[in-house]
Design a protein around this ligand. Sequence first.
Ligand code: BGC
Length: 351
Amino acid sequence: MGISKVFFGKLSDGRSVTEYTLENKNGVKVKLLDYGATVKEIHVPDRNGNFADVVAGYDSLDSYVNADGYQGAVIGRVGNRICKGKFTLDGKDYSLFINNGPNHLHGGEFGFNSKVWDVDTVGEDEPSIIFSYISPDGEEGYPGTLKVSVKYTLSSDNALSINYVASTDKKTIVNLTNHSYFNLGGYDSESIHSHELFLDAEYYLPTDDTLIPTGEIKSVKGTPFDFTTSKEIGRDILSNNQDLIFARGYDHCFYFGESENIVKRAELYDKNSGRVMEMFTDQPAVHIYTGNYVNNEEYPFKGGVAQEEQTLVCLETEKMPDSINHDNFTNVILEPSEVYDYTTIFKFSVK
Ligand code: BGC
């Protein structure tokens, strides 16, 4: 029980990266890195009590630094895409780094996933680790000094909660998330298609062929995007649907609606292992990404497991992508007088 730490690796500039382990009374373990405030491992039992690691990640720091894919990392300042990397705030135009086709993705060239965060640890029975980072004014082209902290807590009922807090000294935009790739059969499982997914989302965002939302907030009714009743991820993923074809699978924002309270918005179930992951959040949306480009041969996962497309799924709680360029989308603007504060909980159990 509690928190332990070991050296994980050294960056080329000499800075050390540490791996932290949170463990609760049930033997559930979560391993985290201060590099990227990254979730590296989550070990939870199946219906027979056998443990497996249900998130993908790497054995070496070099892979976290050089591979794409944002495995397990905190994403910021603004998760997902900003069209052509451009936005206007109070009449001033900003240009961000272009790193995904013609667009800006996941905070830019050196987003929060590539920072070494400061660390504080607290708690024994329900261990927590608080990562903090100060993003200087102008970093990656974003205005304002942004102070960010991300607190991970492992509870006694096998829930990993992630609390994101940020404040700024100038008006800016923020949309933080975590980019863990889950497979409840274990990250080395063959496919994500047989997992059942429930999403409390009546709307999703269609995109263009560069995965920028078109602006339409579309009803999921009668589309492959309807997960309002739990269904297998693979059931409709190969449908002849333009949105799925553009993305090569699911890589879309699902809109729940606004809630001030942390409410259940998703459930993932693997009937083979019996593992269930419920997701609770006070964010209005989640981006579901079925790992359609998880195929980097150069950077195998932990234990040398080859990367394979559609073997994992990300549930990235967020505001809508490219919100700053759409008046009808969610608000990603943060004022100096405000505190950005939200929580997502991934709770593990069995059926
Ligand atoms: C994006 C994908 C992208 C992936 C890894 C996801 O959040 O939506 O399009 O390929 O991150 O970069």
